[in-house]
Design a binder for this molecule. Structure first.
Ligand code: FE
Ligand code: FE
Length: 309
């Protein structure tokens, strides 16, 4: 009797082991993002406000890469690894990991780079200068709110810069992990390394990962496999639809779910090898507008763009 295979079984039966998890490449994760942000800014209409923002975020991504190169975080201890494995919890859990004070130094460096950018608007410059001289407890309180998802307590002006610093810190932690050290979670929609929601998903085109879809962590840039045509928010496989802006390259689509009425962007590397989940999500705000008009809401925000809740 013929058997109907689920998407995961089809992939497994093809004789290829699906890479369950992909850790960030610390030598180029942010420099590639900077390049993509500039590319998207150039592709947009000249003088368009989002283009200026993309260029500013490119300056910050370059600064993130520079700082990342000179920064080393402590690896998880045997005790921390064992506890994560026993309880099937994220080993570098965003809201409970003991952050070293060094992350605040990263804030200072990133804000310095952005404030010095030629085209930085006065408001952004003021925010950066404010963050550079902010007292440590204020920064720690904001970081707790950001990492704990308490959006009502977040200062939206400073959030992208604090998130960028926290990304540097968490990418450093994640890039030192081994796949065996990261247990599978009960909740498949959260980053198995740090427990944060994904910013978007990406169908990879490189060897070993070709054709597989991964969710991309907004904080630590770890990617984890999720079968295609599945809602990344509620895991429903029924009534999933794909939306795009007419006439574009098809590299970015929105994957919507009629079960939970949310959507998340999905990027296709085979359509454009340079796609980056954070950059392309930011560069496709027209698609967000389309989805919002169609009655769907975002599964989660972009780490570099915060709006008032
Ligand atoms: Fe993560
Ligand atoms: Fe859903």
């Amino acid at each position: 009797m013929p058997r109907i295979l689920e998407p995961g079984q089809i992939e497994a039966s093809a004789g290829r082991a699906i890479p369950r998890i992909r850790f960030p490449e610390r030598t180029c994760v942010f420099s590639a993002r900077a390049q993509r942000l500039r590319q998207l800014a150039e592709a947009g209409a000249p003088g368009h406000a989002i283009g200026d923002y993309l260029r500013l975020m490119a300056v910050m991504a370059d600064a993130q890469q520079l700082v990342l190169g000179s920064f080393e975080a402590a690896a998880p201890t045997a005790h921390q690894l064992a506890r994560a494995a026993t309880h099937r919890m994220p080993v570098i859990h965003a809201s409970s990991w003991p952050r070293a004070p060094y992350w605040r130094e990263v804030v200072t460096q990133l804000c310095g780079a952005v404030a010095a950018a030629r085209d930085a608007p006065a408001g952004v410059r003021a925010t950066c200068e404010q963050l550079q001289s902010a007292p440590a407890p204020a920064l720690e309180t904001q970081a707790d709110a950001l990492l704990g998802g308490r959006t009502e307590a977040v200062d939206v002006g400073g959030a992208p810069f604090l998130m960028a610093a926290l990304q540097v810190y968490w990418v450093t932690l994640a890039s030192r992990l081994l796949p065996d050290q990261v247990p599978g979670l009960e909740v498949p929609g959260l980053c198995p390394a740090c427990g944060t929601l994904p910013v978007a998903s990406i169908v990879r085109a490189e060897a070993r990962s070709e054709g597989y879809r991964f969710l991309h962590c907004a904080l630590c840039a770890t990617e984890w496999h999720l079968v295609r045509i599945t809602c990344s928010q509620c895991q429903s496989t029924a009534n999933i639809a794909y939306h795009s802006i007419e006439g574009d390259s098809g590299a970015v689509r929105a994957e919507s779910c009629d079960q939970c009425h949310t959507y998340r962007k999905i990027l296709y590397q085979e359509k454009d090898t340079n796609v980056d989940p954070v950059a392309d999500d930011l560069g496709s705000l027209a698609l967000d507008l389309l989805m919002s008009e169609a009655g769907y809401h975002r599964g989660s925000g972009n780490p570099l763009l915060w709006q008032r809740p």
